[in-house]
Design a protein around this ligand. Structure first.
Ligand SMILES: [Zn+2]
Length: 268
């Protein structure tokens, strides 16, 4: 399932949760605001598991385009090569003139520029590892909830794991769900709504991936998995599922916003 399908499914799942448990959202204006937050976070949760894919929508937010990455990699190699040649030249060249001596001394600058270009080309890894390290630091220094350590460690391994690997397993989703709900339980209703929205979107993503050819599998029993092979990524069937999801979301929202003229409640 591609990005559009995942968002449609996650928004429908988030809306369905609101509809099934209206007590979660309270009433009046505050209720509308937290309902919108639940669905917005569901959409984010619906895209987040694909952070384990280098070119997914989630990953594109924290890296440069493929063209720029390749350009920076070449630039980095070029700059490092110039720096290295200048280092070598310093020892091979006889007593240098002033001009040449200045050039030789600039070797570390070329190397530094090369390292910087390399870092920009690997922005995704740096953002993931940096954010993960911050969460781990917050856990150990400020006694944050264990989900901070769990999320931190998960972010740090993301550059290394394969797509639809550990991050796409139900066991990982279960640990994430328990952690986020237990954390949000210590806070007010808005935080609870945000956590609920995110985990709903996350599970909707896994459900969406079950339809496809690769499917998802268990972490502890890798041979156990679900791959329904119902349609190919972005195909006509997937577009129909998206349309049905959006239509269902609209119906649910009409029902949520007009309780007196409740369509669905009249039907059942
Ligand atoms: Zn996925």
């Amino acid at each position: 399932m591609n990005k559009k399908g995942h968002v449609a499914l996650a928004v429908a799942a988030g809306s369905a949760v609101l509809w099934a448990a209206p007590a979660l959202i309270g009433s009046a204006v505050q209720g509308v605001v937290s309902s919108v937050l639940v669905v917005a976070l569901a959409a984010i949760g619906g895209l987040a598991p694909d952070l384990d894919h280098k070119t997914s929508t989630a990953s594109q937010m924290i890296q440069l385009s493929a063209k720029r990455r390749h350009m920076l990699q070449k630039l980095s190699l070029g700059l490092l090569l110039i720096g290295a040649l200048l280092y070598i030249g310093r020892y091979m060249w006889g007593p240098p003139s002033d001009m040449v001596s200045i050039l030789f001394k600039s070797a570390p600058l070329w190397m530094g520029a090369g390292a910087l270009s390399w870092a920009f080309a690997r922005l995704r890894s740096i953002v993931l590892i940096g954010a993960g390290a911050l969460l781990l630091a917050a856990y150990s220094l400020y006694d944050w909830h264990w989900i901070a350590a769990f999320s931190g460690a998960s972010l740090m391994i993301l550059p290394l794991v394969k797509h639809r690997g550990i991050i796409h397993t139900p066991e990982f989703a279960a640990a994430l769900t328990i952690g986020l709900l237990s954390l949000s339980g210590q806070h007010g209703s808005t935080v609870q709504a945000l956590a609920l929205g995110f985990v709903t979107g996350w599970w909707a993503h896994l459900a969406g991936d079950c339809f496809g050819r690769e499917g998802i599998h268990s972490l502890f029993l890798p041979k156990v998995g679900i791959a329904m092979k119902l349609f190919s990524n972005g195909g006509a069937a997937e577009r129909w599922i998206s349309r049905i999801c959006w239509a269902s979301s609209v119906v649910i929202w009409i029902d949520l916003l007009t309780p007196s003229a409740s369509i669905i409640h009249h039907l059942i």
